[in-house]
Design a protein around this ligand. Structure first.
Ligand SMILES: [Fe+2]
Length: 521
């Protein structure tokens, strides 16, 4: 298909697609459609000359729209080589989208250029698809065929939708354990997965992969140092993405991702990390953001420009659910103290008030509800979470009340602990209004095997009457959304430092749209 006919198709699709997604300029649109990134005068090489399988990091899809989805892969025959084992040349990669797993009915196909400047990553914005449909996709480079991925477009924005099923996952420190959770997650029949941050950790990984203690892993010494340069960050993605369970998770369904701190470095805030000079830290942040984009199914709109990237964005799932994806790291600032930055807070509140969806899901990184960690007065708080930014939290809650926003459901990562929280307009007054609910998901692996409860979590349940559940096991959360009710199932695994853990539902809650508040099932 030529670019011209693709552009015409997108223009036809524009009136049917809501707001911000297709408001890119003509030039950016042409780039997106060609799936070709700006590049130097790199020579092209014949993909037929590739001598070993370049699809070692799997495939992924993400950021589903009603008629489009991003397809990702990267050519890297040697995962622990800084260049991925690829020559410094452009390579042609063909792609196909079909309605069936055997590719008998191919509905879209094309080719993209894999550039060495982007470590031969490929981001195809496959457009002209039908809303709410399952598709299969694959890539080909020379004689090598990638694994097949399954994905799903979002339902038509204006359509009445009766139900939807999604999941949340976060925090997958490689040396803390296996990604067994994804073996179970792929069986859940979810429409989309929201990944809420800490996809990689900057933590060193030893030869046996830390607590995985896999003597066959032979992780090279380069992983003993925390990443700072672009190539170091890329290598960490190679190590993580080589994991077969993580690859299976990506290949099974579309992901919508956001980052937290560890994709750069622990607990950074905007341009600040400890005493590192801001100019130096922003170079490191630029490297980390660039490597993140290269390795995730993200559109060109999310491609970083130096240390800046537009990661907060919004998705519609029919008239049932709108998802506002936050970035609570990049715009943090001490003066004035904010976790979202002014522009993102306005964007969030405006989006919530304009939303016509039954449910307004906020994909968030660090805990929004207050969480007292002691019984003292004043209480201990985690100032890296929204508890360090109470003015922003109050502005959000007041905005929800003033604008009469209904169906507010916040989903959160970060703490390697499951929580279920009522969001109280005033956390000091349990009789104050509940403006929504927050489901905090535990980690996939971070924190190693975990525990059901602990004296600290029991203390916190006592100190935080708006928290109905606190649990330290590994796993993920699934959600069943219908017109009137959202249900959360906390799926937990008893261990991750060994392979083969089973999964079980530890507890479940529902919240009604008309009367928000957690009810045990
Ligand atoms: Fe984490």
């Amino acid at each position: 298909m030529t670019n011209t006919s693709q552009e015409d198709e997108v223009r036809r699709a524009v009136p049917h697609t809501r707001r911000r997604f297709l408001t890119v300029s003509g030039a950016a649109m042409a780039l997106a459609l060609g799936t070709n990134l700006a590049s130097g005068n790199t020579a092209s090489a014949d993909s037929k000359k590739l001598r070993s399988d370049p699809f070692t990091l799997g495939v992924a899809s993400g950021d589903p729209l009603p008629t489009a989805v991003v397809l990702w892969t990267r050519l890297a025959p040697e995962i622990f080589d800084p260049l991925g084992g690829m020559p410094d040349k452009n390579y042609k990669v063909e792609w196909q989208v079909a309605t069936d797993e055997r590719f008998r009915n191919v509905v879209r196909a094309g080719s993209a250029t894999a550039h060495p400047e982007y470590r031969h990553s490929v981001h195809v914005d496959a457009r002209g698809l039908r809303p709410g449909r399952e598709y299969f996709y694959r890539f080909r480079a020379g004689s090598y065929l990638s694994p097949t991925g399954r994905t799903k477009t979002a339902p038509e924005s204006r359509d009445r939708l009766s139900k939807l099923r999604f999941g949340i996952a976060s925090c997958q420190a490689y040396p803390d354990g296996y990604y067994t959770a994804y073996q179970h997650l792929v069986e859940e029949d979810l429409d989309v997965l929201l990944f809420l941050g800490d996809y990689i950790y900057e933590n060193a990984v030893n030869t046996v992969g830390g607590d995985r203690f896999d003597t066959s892993a032979q992780v090279p010494d380069i992983f003993q140092a925390a990443p700072v340069t672009l190539d170091q960050y890329r290598l960490f993605y190679s190590l993580y993405k080589a994991d077969p369970d993580l690859q299976a998770g990506h290949a099974a369904l579309p992901w919508i991702l956001t980052w937290d701190d560890h994709e750069v470095v622990d607990n950074y805030a905007g341009g600040v990390k400890g005493t590192v000079p801001v100019e130096d830290f922003l170079v490191q942040r630029a490297n980390a953001y660039r490597a993140y984009w290269e390795h995730q199914p993200l559109r060109l709109e999310q491609l970083p420009s130096g240390p800046d990237a537009q990661l907060y964005r919004r998705f519609d799932f029919g008239d049932l659910m709108q998802v506002s994806v936050l970035d609570t790291r990049q715009y943090r600032n001490a003066q004035p103290r904010t976790i979202t930055g002014e522009a993102q807070m306005s964007w969030l509140l405006d989006g919530l008030s304009e939303s016509e969806a039954r449910w307004n899901v906020i994909a968030n990184q660090v805990m929004l509800a207050e969480q007292r960690t002691t019984l003292t007065n004043p209480p201990g708080l985690n100032v890296d979470a929204w508890d360090g930014f109470p003015e922003d939290r109050q502005r959000l809650f007041d905005g929800i009340v003033e604008r009469e926003v209904e169906g507010v459901c916040v989903v959160t990562g970060d703490t390697h602990t499951n929580y279920a929280n009522d969001l109280k307009l005033n956390f000091d007054d349990m009789n104050s209004r509940t403006v929504g609910v927050e489901f905090v998901g535990t980690s996939i692996s971070s924190g190693r095997d975990g525990f059901d409860t602990s004296p600290q979590l029991e203390l916190q349940l006592q100190a935080n009457p708006h928290s109905k559940f606190e649990n330290g096991q590994r796993g993920y959360v699934t959600f069943d959304v219908n017109r009137d009710e959202i249900r959360a199932d906390y799926r937990v695994l008893p261990y991750v430092t060994r392979r083969g853990a089973p999964v079980e539902t530890r507890t479940s809650f529902v919240s009604e749209r008309a009367e928000p508040g957690l009810k045990a099932v």
